[in-house]
Ligand binder design. Structure first.
Ligand SMILES: Nc1nc2c(ncn2[C@@H]2O[C@H](COP(=O)(O)OP(=O)(O)OP(=O)(O)O)[C@@H](O)[C@H]2O)c(=O)[nH]1
Ligand SMILES: [Mg+2]
Length: 520
């Protein structure tokens, strides 16, 4: 109380708010002098206590007018995870007349992230402060331990800002896909925010909204803020300046999944190259935030490439990877030439990610290529042979799944793995018929195939997962005479093989007759 009085007197004398940061032992770590209506809390990162939900510091400060705690005070409380915040309203003599206090609300579902205590007069101040803080802390621990293991880690807040006029697909679909990507990356989605208008060039969402999102995130123990767009380097920096959260965009999320799933030498190099290219554009913004901007989920970054290495090293590494990839590509081409000399027809399986391409390849060839209910399970092209009666044989290859708006660096990197499709005699476009967005997904695949100049190759659309359709949808597919199969129940597969055989050999025979015609 004496301290309160002293601070009050100083405060009145200089006409500014004065604040103290006090440890639980009573030790004062900071004396902060503000202006007449607010004070600014210094950066407190190193005071963060790892396992407890509170910082172990409380803020005591003066209000020169008889105002209760304002929005700014409460933001300070929540963002800094103070044990408590107290405003002492001091009279003209510097003596505190009454106090307003607030604590962080341990209930993550509460409407407001704080609890306000009733106004107190000096005589009413209780000394059970430590007990109160301890009770709060055990409440926090209880809430956290109630969560399932899977909900404790990689908690994320998803933010989608969509300019509906410019979008090719609906915001809902885009957000649903972002959630799928998160699930694949092992991210637990806690909260989402969708806004339908032009992204703010500086902070994507407005400043006030961003603060609100950050508040909620701190409150719900969320560590990742994931944006459904590619952030510009300066947006990423501005947003991460405003909070301690890890800022991740769609590109990084996809890169992250790719880096987890790449198995072959080639695939790994491609992913690392894409990561480095993404990083290079952001190196100019190099500062403390960079580790958070580039760490990826659970700290998976681009290989050994930590940020200590500068721009030059990144350039060097990019060149080295590109050379290595060129070598691999040359070798692949040799293999391909050898194969095409044998004149075995090649069938490429393409389609949106998770359509069931790998499962279909497995079912057709009875092999076991990894098939998972995850996006981008396949990153490396896999090739198998199928033998038909009459000594006929085809080579059939699985490819990486397609997705809307593949980040430019990635599409560049993955063109290499799709290049082989150029040799294909037939493309099987596999569609997940049970996905309500299948039409949009087909369009995305067509767009990518066209951009790869593969539109000349005959295409066969295969609607997969027929076993998962309800009667009505199934009937509508059948009415349109679509090729309906199930890689799981094997329904329609022998028909599919017949069609493939027909397509390839019918064409071949015609070609041969053409060749047989003697030229002049
Ligand atoms: N019900 C049903 N599920 C299927 C069928 N075919 C594939 N799936 C499931 O769909 C999921 C994705 O299958 P994948 O074969 O990995 O798909 P993909 O197209 O290779 O995916 P990426 O490699 O990630 O692009 C898996 O969980 C499969 O079990 C099917 O015919 N019926
Ligand atoms: Mg696959």
């Amino acid at each position: 109380m004496d301290l309160a009085r002293l601070v009050g007197e100083i405060s009145v004398e200089i006409g500014r708010q004065v604040g103290l940061l006090i440890e639980r032992t009573g030790y004062v770590t900071h004396l902060i002098v503000g202006n007449d209506h607010s004070i600014e809390i210094p950066h407190l990162d190193r005071y963060r206590v790892a396992h407890s939900r509170l910082r172990g510091l409380r803020l005591f400060h003066t209000h020169l007018k008889e105002h209760p705690l304002n929005q700014e005070d409460l933001m300070d409380l929540v963002l800094n995870r103070f044990d408590s915040i107290t405003a002492a309203c001091v009279g003209s003599d510097g003596i505190p007349k009454f106090f307003f206090s607030a604590f962080i609300n341990p209930d993550p579902d509460a409407k407001e992230p704080w609890i306000l205590s009733p106004k107190q007069y000096p005589g009413q101040i209780k000394y059970g402060y430590l007990e109160q803080v301890e009770a709060l802390e055990s409440e926090f621990t209880k809430k956290t331990s109630n969560l399932k293991e899977s909900q404790k880690e990689n908690r994320a807040f998803l933010v989608g800002v969509y300019d509906v006029r410019k979008m090719k697909r609906s915001p809902d679909h885009s957000m649903a896909e972002l959630k799928e990507l998160c699930r694949t990356a092992g991210v637990h989605v806690v909260d989402t925010y969708v806004q339908k208008r032009d992204p703010d060039p500086r902070t994507v969402v407005g400043k006030g909204k961003l603060q609100e999102i950050i508040l909620t995130s701190v409150h719900k123990d969320i560590e990742h803020l994931i944006f459904d767009l590619e952030l510009t380097p300066s947006q990423a920096k501005k947003i991460s300046d405003a909070s301690d959260l890890k800022i991740i965009d769609r590109t990084q999320l996809i890169l992250d999944i790719f880096s987890k799933n790449a198995k072959s030498r080639d695939g790994k190099l491609q992913v690392e190259l894409a990561q480095l290219k993404y990083l290079k554009n952001r190196l100019s913004e190099l500062d403390d935030n960079m580790s958070r901007l580039t760490g990826g989920i659970g700290g998976r970054g681009p290989g050994e490439t930590k940020l200590e290495i500068g721009n030059r090293r990144v350039e060097e590494k990019i060149t080295r990877l590109e050379n290595e990839l060129r070598d691999l590509k040359r070798r692949r081409e040799l293999n391909r030439k050898a194969r095409s000399r044998n004149e075995i027809p090649i069938v490429g399986i393409v389609g949106y990610t998770n359509a069931g391409k790998s499962t279909l390849l497995n079912a057709l060839t009875n092999s076991t290529v990894i098939a998972e209910d995850k996006l981008f399970a396949t990153l490396d092209p896999t090739t198998r042979r199928i033998r038909f009666p009459e000594e006929r044989e085809i080579i059939i290859s699985d490819t990486v799944g397609f997705i809307h708006d593949l980040p430019p660096d990635l599409s560049q990197a993955f063109k290499a793995t799709l290049e082989e499709l150029g040799d294909a005699d037939l493309l099987l476009h596999v569609v997940d018929s049970t996905n309500s967005n299948y039409a949009e997904q087909m369009e995305a695949v067509d767009t990518i195939l066209n951009s790869l100049q593969l539109n000349e190759i005959p295409r066969m659309v295969v609607f997969n997962k027929a076993d998962g359709l309800d009667e009505e949808t199934r009937a509508s597919f059948e009415k349109n005479e679509t090729l309906l199969v199930s890689a799981v129940t094997r329904e329609g597969l022998s028909h599919l093989l017949d069609l493939i055989e027909e397509e390839l050999w019918k064409k071949k025979e015609i070609n041969q007759t053409l060749v047989a015609i003697p030229s002049e």
